[in-house]
Design a protein around this ligand. Structure first.
Ligand SMILES: [Zn+2]
Length: 382
């Protein structure tokens, strides 16, 4: 039984070494920069709303200071898009993203980015830029002038989050009228009850993605390259449409897939400990208690395989001149060779234990028979 257990354990170890990482709920490949997602900012605690993605700007400043002090560089969206195909040392860079296009990006975040000379990407809902925020007057939307100034500064990249697709559309599921994300839901005609055709659906998605890009391109005289999926909802079809519309990189939230860029949602400072753990490992943390909590209510932020982990270091250390797949191939070949060496050693020891022990016992049994000693249950002992 002991031998069987050891054989199983050795096979499990071999599988763990040779197979790729597969258990990560947070699916950002380790060689890509960590991406953090923010939403709204307020200056005073009175503006905080429970269960809403609102952060005190002083806490955001603490985080910028932390990044600065630890030499972690904030990327522009262009640098991030480059990093997708040409990995950077893990933990050395981060992409800060801010969803929805609230004016607090301009009034609160932008001055801090200038102060620390750091970068962020703002994903705006183009149909709302310059409009009144009727549902929440305390959080006005950005204007195009503010977008222009920030984008021109080089510190804030204005990219696309939606034009109309930040709302849901009606559909029918199991005979019930339900609302679903605009870009991933086939609409149903409320009068006739007929579902949108594939062709009509694809045309609507492409039009939405193209419209958001065209508005930003035109207003800011630039080439918008990134799209952030509303509700984190995307499929293979929407991804194809995004490519067709001219985007180079798209984003969801951690745990919702791994299209191009998953983002760790940061609603509150509680999970900043998790961010710092992913950025630099426990070595950057003075208090281990900081790194424990996956905050309740934000179930998508569970992680494994921190970018600073051993496999990530092995990947990036040889340098970025080799493509990621080649590095991965070499890594696996090396690991497989080590596993085979260890396995060979293990089996050699097994063979020694199994086939050598019985010999000294033979003479005492009284009637040694040449050639018999290596077979049969009695030869193995009880
Ligand atoms: Zn949003």
């Amino acid at each position: 039984m002991g031998v069987a257990k050891r054989v199983l354990a050795s096979l499990a170890a071999l599988a763990a070494v040779v197979c790729p990482r597969s258990s990560s709920a947070y699916a950002v490949p380790v060689e890509r920069p960590l991406v953090v997602a923010y939403h709204q900012f307020v200056q005073y605690e009175a503006g905080l709303e429970p269960n809403m993605p609102v952060m005190l700007i002083s806490q955001f400043e603490d985080q910028l200071r932390y990044l600065k002090e630890h030499g972690i560089r904030t990327l522009s969206i262009e640098e991030y898009a480059e990093a997708v195909s040409s990995p950077m040392p893990p933990g050395s860079t981060v992409l800060l993203t801010i969803d929805d296009g609230y004016e607090s990006v301009y009034t609160l975040v932008y001055p801090l980015l200038r102060k620390y000379d750091m970068h962020a990407t703002a994903f705006v809902i183009t149909s709302r830029v310059g409009k009144q925020n009727v549902t929440n007057p305390h959080q006005p939307w950005l204007s195009w002038d503010e977008c222009k100034e920030m984008d021109a500064s080089g510190l804030v990249d204005i990219e696309a989050h939606a034009d109309a697709s930040h709302d849901k559309v009606h559909s029918v599921r199991n005979g019930r009228d339900v609302a679903g994300p605009y870009l991933t839901t086939r609409t149903v005609d409320p009068v006739t009850g007929t579902e949108e055709t594939d062709a009509a659906y694809r045309a609507r998605v492409l039009d939405e993605l193209s419209t958001a890009k065209r508005k930003i391109d035109t207003q800011l005289d630039k080439d918008t390259i990134a799209f952030c999926w509303p509700f984190g909802a995307s499929t293979t079809e929407t991804l194809i449409a995004a490519r067709e519309a001219g985007y180079r990189v798209t984003f969801r939230l951690a745990g919702e897939g791994h299209i191009d860029g998953d983002r760790l949602r940061l609603h509150s400072p509680e999970n900043w400990g998790e961010i710092t753990r992913l950025l630099g490992g426990a070595g950057l943390q003075s208090d281990p208690a900081d790194v424990v909590a996956a905050p309740t209510g934000y179930g998508t932020t569970t992680t494994s395989g921190p970018p600073g982990g051993p496999s990530a270091t092995a990947l990036s250390a040889p340098g970025a001149q080799y493509s990621p797949w080649l590095q991965e191939l070499v890594r696996r070949l090396v690991l497989a060779s080590i596993a085979m060496l260890v396995g060979g050693l293990f089996w050699s020891i097994c063979a020694l234990v199994l086939f050598r022990n019985p010999r000294p016992a033979r003479p005492r049994a009284g009637a040694p028979t040449p050639g018999e000693g290596q077979e049969g249950p009695s030869g193995l002992g009880a």
